[in-house]
Write a protein that binds this ligand. Structure first.
Ligand code: C5P
Length: 225
């Protein structure tokens, strides 16, 4: 029989990069591999949760036991997230592109047109902040990520307030740490309760511990203070 600390819970996870089209054959993207987000989705399923994973384009298999919805752009991702709500826990691990191309073309831009193409950028919706600040259908536990290259904890504290989430998983992605695309991660959990720093662990182990931590928070919410 199914069991686990997240049995009966719906966990929504975003993962991977987004691709923002320039024209039908070109796009803007970033270096996110999706490894951490996918590992969290898998660990949540192993903890008994029903899991919806909304993933940007990645080279990873769909995690077993998880409903995976593949999207391309930030706006597609927001739409899929809204459709997947309500959820008990939202984990926003995707590296969403901050900007999209406002004047993306319906046809391939030709090199021989004489002038260089001018790309105008528009700001993408902030999926985490949009969900965390909803009055209706806000998951009781909203977790964001912060990839920083310096002043990691300070920036995470500010992000917690700015985005309106309950917990930030902050990691140092400065060059040389090998976090981007790598298999291990050093994270700090930043919440109103304070800062907890974990040793360097595999992304799978970070996922398992994070899922256990979230299950504890949910259990405490039920019990009350
Ligand atoms: O602002 P920044 O990109 O550093 O914030 C990172 C956190 O916000 C991550 O949890 C990421 O998934 C989320 N985010 C989002 N939508 C965006 C930008 C970031 O959900 N457009």
């Amino acid at each position: 029989a199914p069991s686990g600390p997240l049995l009966g819970r719906h966990v929504l996870v975003t993962s991977g990069p987004t691709h923002e089209p320039i024209d039908p054959v070109r796009y803007i993207a970033n270096r996110s591999s999706g490894k951490q987000g996918h590992a969290i989705a898998r660990a949540a399923a192993e903890a008994g949760a029903r899991v919806t994973l909304v993933s940007g384009p990645v080279d990873l298999p769909d995690p077993p036991g998880v409903t995976t919805i593949r999207v391309e752009s930030a706006r597609d991702m927001l739409r899929a997230v809204e459709e997947a709500l309500p959820a008990d826990i939202g984990v926003f691990a995707a590296a969403v592109a901050d900007w999209r191309v406002a004047n993306a073309g319906g046809q391939k831009i030709k090199k021989d047109a004489g002038a260089l193409p001018e790309l105008r950028l528009a700001e993408n919706p902030d999926i985490l902040a949009t969900v965390a600040r909803r009055g209706e259908n806000r998951p009781p536990l909203v977790v964001g990520f912060a990839a920083e290259t310096e002043h990691v904890i300070e920036h995470a504290r500010r992000k917690l307030a700015k985005k309106g989430c309950d917990l930030i998983v902050a990691n140092d992605v400065s060059s040389g740490t090998g976090v981007m695309g790598g298999d291990s991660n050093t994270v700090h959990l930043v919440s109103a309760a304070g800062v907890e720093t974990w040793p360097t662990l595999s992304k799978n182990e970070v996922a398992r511990r994070l899922v256990a931590h979230m299950a504890e928070i949910m259990a405490e919410m039920v019990k009350g203070p």
